[in-house]
Ligand binder design. Structure first.
Ligand SMILES: Nc1nc2c(ncn2[C@@H]2O[C@H](COP(=O)(O)OP(=O)(O)OP(=O)(O)O)[C@@H](O)[C@H]2O)c(=O)[nH]1
Ligand SMILES: [Zn+2]
Length: 358
């Protein structure tokens, strides 16, 4: 059975068909012939699946009737029946969504409980932020961190354009939160001759190392260099980003559909070990769905201390008798600055949950 406990907009959109539900007969297929596919793209009711691992077959599919009310997103592993040959013009049928290991969600905005699933089964959120042009916005980074921790994903902060500005300040701000930081920059040899900017190869390799073996979701504001980075990481991405542009082309309703790209990592780069999921429509995260207690779970040390808080404690700076304040006061002098930085960061995240993105 598909998971029905995950609420998303499809629950609100679908309406019962006029013909009503047909009685279920014993002829209902068991789908024992189903194969597993990974959803790599979604476009207007058509799902692009990869069946049979990295060198598998690309199959186009639609959802079976019984899944009408269930949303299938990029990263989902699904059972598919019917024509899975991948031949031109064929269409498979998705009959089941396998259990998800993580669900990255966002709310349209903080006051709107209308919740969307962005990507399923991802391990890591890569927040791509330029150090300059455009200026980094910590509010946006904080919100991404909250969304990732809520989803049970880790965060990699990828700071781009280090040829223009130093990464030190942002590093200092995020490392206390357990956020890993990686830095990319323009190659010193880049003369911009062929129109496309070339990134320093060692900086790209450092990013690749952090993506190895994982499913990573990339988010970032327009202009931060996300496409440049994806093109450097995935040689065929030029084609793939072309697809993305088709989907999200100007003049159409903004699509939030994500696209999964296989990451070549082997010595000859014909090995695939990892996925990069681009999210063209996701520029920020509304966080109305995130619970404080859930966010706190991402901070084991603070979570333990907060057990001592008064009931209903908000854990914010103005909360009376918050045990987190006592934790700082009671700390050994040597540990105090680190603890204070960590608590400060956590409280910043708590505030960003309801604050404005800009
Ligand atoms: N100086 C410098 N410029 C960079 C770097 N990376 C990308 N750029 C430039 O920044 C601009 C934006 O890069 P894109 O890769 O198109 O940015 P994007 O995040 O994909 O933006 P959208 O396509 O709008 O989503 C381009 O002019 C790039 O050449 C970098 O490391 N250093
Ligand atoms: Zn508290």
């Amino acid at each position: 059975m598909g998971r029905r406990d995950v609420r998303d907009e499809s629950d609100f959109r679908s309406r019962p068909s006029k013909k009503g539900s047909r009685p279920r007969t014993k002829q209902r297929p068991q789908h024992s012939d189903a194969v597993t596919g990974l959803v790599t793209g979604v476009d207007r009711g058509r799902y692009t699946l990869l069946v049979g691992g990295a060198d598998g077959t690309v199959v186009t599919a639609m959802k079976a009737r019984e899944l009408t009310r269930t949303r299938v997103v990029v990263g989902d592993r699904v059972d598919v029946v019917g024509d899975t040959s991948g031949a031109e013009g064929t269409l498979g049928r998705i009959v089941r969504i396998q259990d998800r290991t993580s669900v990255l969600r966002r709310t349209a905005d903080d006051t709107d409980p209308y919740e969307r699933i962005v990507v399923a089964n991802a391990d890591q959120l890569v927040v791509v932020t330029a150090l300059a042009q455009p200026e980094p916005r910590t509010g946006m980074i904080d919100r991404c961190v909250v969304a990732a921790y809520d989803a049970g994903m880790s965060v990699l902060l990828c700071l781009t354009k280090a040829d223009l500005a130093s990464p030190d300040a942002l590093r200092a701000l995020y490392e206390p939160l357990g956020v890993e930081v990686v830095v990319t920059r323009r190659a010193p040899t880049d003369d911009g001759a062929d129109g496309a900017l070339t990134l320093a190869p060692d900086s790209v390799e450092e990013v690749r190392d952090r993506l190895r073996g994982l499913v990573s979701v990339l988010v970032g504001h327009s202009g931060v260099g996300k496409s440049t980075l994806i093109n450097a990481l995935v040689p065929e991405a030029g084609r793939a980003t072309g697809v993305v542009n088709d989907v999200t082309g100007r003049g159409r309703h903004t699509s939030t559909s994500a696209v999964a790209l296989e990451l070549p990592v082997g010595p000859d780069r014909d090995d695939h070990d990892g996925w990069v999921i681009d999210t063209p429509g996701v520029r920020s995260f509304g966080l109305a769905h995130v619970e404080v207690a859930h966010l706190l779970h991402a901070f084991e040390d603070l979570d333990e201390v907060a057990q001592e808080c008064p009931r209903g404690c908000t854990h914010l700076a103005d909360a009376p008798d918050c045990a987190l304040d006592e934790w700082i006061e009671a700390s050994p002098a040597a540990e105090r600055p680190a603890r204070a930085a960590r608590l400060g960061s956590f409280r910043r995240l708590l505030t960003s949950r309801t604050g404005a993105d800009a």
